[in-house]
Design a protein around this ligand. Structure first.
Ligand code: AMP
Length: 420
């Protein structure tokens, strides 16, 4: 398999799938350009070799071509970060895209309009009538899959090499993230630097695991994390459960949780996970105390209470001090750490303390030589908020893609290039 470093792009035209899905304000100013910055090293490598670049990306979740989702809004930032005045094709498939990509010279960059302006990118029919029959739905699906192949084929025809640097969409089997790779031989497709770093980080955690291996799973709901928790129970030595999930476990064990967030239909599952942890010799670490609030507000009255004795009308919004110590002890003895999800409602400063304490324990463990991977939207926001992003080993740019990768699923964007 090719790597970006081994490939000489001289005279080559690269179609680079990036994730420029950046947040924009109401005046279309970019409010966080992390994702654009993350792709710049790959783009610069291609250009400095003497290649040219055709950039494909999505922005938002458009259901049709819409100005507010146009990639034209981000062109000035891409130009300034790359140091090259980038060109733009106002359609990713039309005549303009074909002509501009054909005319592209070494050192030049062309940004294509939002790939998701076409339903074919995702390969899912849009605008199906609510009362469509099952046959009509199946026919529409089949037609869109065929369109998806055509779209992938056309995008591929613009370039001589395919580079995928969009880890955030690697779990999607889309035209530009996976299907397109079928139109390049194995010597002419490769991962970008960002994608390769993400793959290496997950594989360091899951394959070359230094032990003890501790995963900290936080966030709001058990239901969105079941698969990953089950998968981790076959891999980790310690599993710390934090955040809103705590209360589903606590209630399942017979505790009183007051008004705390809880998924009543997942109580049995919580007990099953506890049993599985025992059977697999995994040390399942649950909170022992909570910072409870009398309202879901930063200004609520608060008290520290045992996690299983939260008074009626009170809501556990963060872990308490005893739990902070308990979690930190486990984390600091670890050699591999995976962190996904806050321990509480960290968006409120008064309930961010537990998340900060976990972050700092991870930093201390990392200083002592542990490998720490932080991933998933909210934990990334948390490490950024606390200014510790550069003190952990790796902060993933992937949300869903990261979780699916850790769950052990094959990611279409990765498989399309390396075959597994
Ligand atoms: P997730 O998207 O599942 O990772 O969940 C992240 C969200 O969980 C954040 O917005 C937190 O505010 C929320 N969260 C964490 N702990 C709690 C809690 N104890 N009660 C309610 N929400 C929580």
């Amino acid at each position: 398999m090719q790597t970006l470093d081994n490939f000489n792009f001289t005279g080559q035209k690269a179609f680079v799938r990036v994730d420029f899905n950046v947040p924009l304000d109401e005046n279309f100013n970019i409010t966080d350009d992390t994702r654009i910055r993350a792709a710049i090293p790959s783009l610069k490598k291609i250009l400095s070799d003497g290649g040219s670049v055709i950039i494909g990306s999505h922005l938002g979740r458009p259901k049709k071509a819409e100005d507010k989702f146009s990639l034209k809004h981000i062109l000035p930032r891409v130009s300034s970060l790359l140091g090259v005045e980038v060109q733009f094709a106002n359609d990713c498939l039309g005549k303009e895209a074909v002509e501009k990509s054909a005319a592209l010279k070494a050192g030049e960059v062309l940004v294509l309009e939002n790939l998701r302006f076409y339903a074919a990118e995702e390969g899912k029919p849009r605008g199906l009538a609510d009362d469509a029959t099952a046959d009509e739905k199946a026919a529409a699906k089949k037609a869109e899959k065929a369109n998806q192949k055509e779209m992938a084929k056309q995008l591929a025809s613009y370039a001589t090499v395919y580079v995928n640097d969009a880890f955030g969409t690697a779990h999607r089997p889309h035209a530009s993230t996976a299907i397109i790779a079928d139109y390049f031989d194995v010597e002419h497709k490769t991962f970008g630097y960002l994608m390769q770093k993400e793959i290496d980080a997950v594989e360091t955690v899951l394959k070359n695991t230094a032990r003890p291996f501790t995963a900290i799973m936080g966030g709001s709901k058990v239901s969105s994390k079941i698969e990953i928790i089950e998968n981790l129970l076959t891999k980790v030595d310690n599993l710390i459960i934090a955040g809103g999930m705590t209360y589903t476990f606590t209630k399942a064990l017979g505790g009183k949780i007051g008004n705390s967030i809880c998924e009543d239909d997942k109580l049995d599952l919580a007990l099953i996970l506890i049993e599985k942890a025992k059977a697999n010799n995994v040390n399942l670490v649950l909170a022992v105390d909570a910072k409870a609030a009398d309202a879901f507000s930063n200004d609520a009255n608060t008290q520290f209470v045992p996690v299983n004795a939260i008074p009626d009308g009170w809501d556990g919004l963060d872990i308490g001090p005893e739990t902070e110590v308990k979690f930190a002890e486990v984390i600091e003895k670890s050699k591999t750490i995976l962190w996904n999800g806050p321990t509480g409602v960290f968006e409120f400063d008064n309930f961010a303390g537990g998340t900060l304490s976990v972050g700092l324990a991870i930093v201390r463990a990392t200083e002592k030589g542990a490998y720490s991977l932080v991933g998933g939207g909210d934990s990334v926001a948390a490490v950024n908020k606390f200014g510790i992003a550069d003190k952990v080993s790796y902060v993933s740019t992937g949300g869903g893609a990261l979780l699916e990768f850790i769950e052990g699923k094959e990611l279409p964007g990765i498989k399309a290039i390396r075959g597994y």
